[in-house]
Ligand binder design. Structure first.
Ligand code: PEP
Length: 253
């Protein structure tokens, strides 16, 4: 049985006050059956880490440099994220791929660097609307996934990896993949990983992301290969985020 994971991606939103309030509310009510992960913007990581001390809620960054510490102005190294209390980092979010030049090769390098620094990488993959309409969903997702599966020592990579399937057309748009659409891609991803390592594929957590809300979370999380969610907009309010966590907990019962 894979333990459900629900991750809140605050994107570039928030303030110190919001970080304090949201973290306090989430730690007070996060269901133990679910692994809960908060991914605030980098300036708030240390603050949120302090507020999470002693709780089971984990801390993740939204991105991680592919470089070791050094002369890379503006970048944040995985070692620094660990030092600030992160256990996870998102890698390859579609907004990074779309606006900040994260190619498949760079995303793979970031995964390798993050894992070398002791972080679990939450690898985001997903097709654009054009790719879906052209029947190229598997090709797009496969390309993004294969770049990471091609890293040396696939077994070790999979041991510190979570995959988040996020169809680009569903992120922040209010459009959600139907449970059937999402399940089909999740099953395809698991089968693709199983070609390399069947046991680790069975244990791999594959999250769905894309306009998950309290009113659609339960039907998505009920799917056999959906192991939780990566939540954007609905992670900015404690009540909606906790309702989504509760929907994930119900699948673990
Ligand atoms: C995300 O930011 O990864 C995301 C899925 O956003 P939203 O839930 O707002 O679609």
């Amino acid at each position: 049985m894979r333990r459900p994971l629900v991750a809140g991606n605050w994107k570039m939103n928030g303030s110190s006050a919001m970080a304090d309030d949201l973290t306090a509310a989430v730690t007070a009510a996060a269901p133990p059956a679910v692994e809960v992960l908060l991914c605030p913007p980098a300036p708030y990581l240390a603050r949120v880490a302090a507020a999470l001390a002693g709780s089971a809620v984990a801390l993740g960054a939204q991105d991680c440099s592919e470089h070791a510490p050094g002369a890379y102005t503006g970048e944040v190294a995985g070692a620094m994220l660990r030092d600030c209390g992160c256990s996870h980092t998102l890698v390859g979010h579609s907004e990074r791929r779309q606006f900040f030049g994260d190619t498949d090769a760079r995303v793979a390098a970031k995964v390798a660097r993050a894992q070398a620094d002791g972080l679990v990488a939450v690898l985001c993959v997903g097709e654009t609307l054009e790719e879906r309409r052209a029947g190229r969903t598997e090709e797009a997702v496969g390309r993004q996934l294969d770049a990471v599966l091609a890293l040396p020592d696939t077994g070790a990579v999979l041991d510190a990896l979570v995959v988040a399937y996020e169809p680009v057309w569903a992120i922040g748009t209010g459009e959600t993949a139907t449970p059937g659409q999402a399940q089909a891609v999740h099953a395809w991803i698991r089968a693709r990983v199983a070609e390399r390592d069947a046991a680790r594929a069975a244990a791999l957590r594959i999250l769905y992301g894309g306009s998950v809300k309290p009113d659609n979370a339960a039907e998505l999380f009920a799917m056999a290969d959906i192991d939780g969610g990566l939540i954007g907009g609905a992670a900015l309010k404690a009540d909606s985020f906790l309702a989504i966590c509760a929907a994930a907990a119900a699948t673990a019962a």
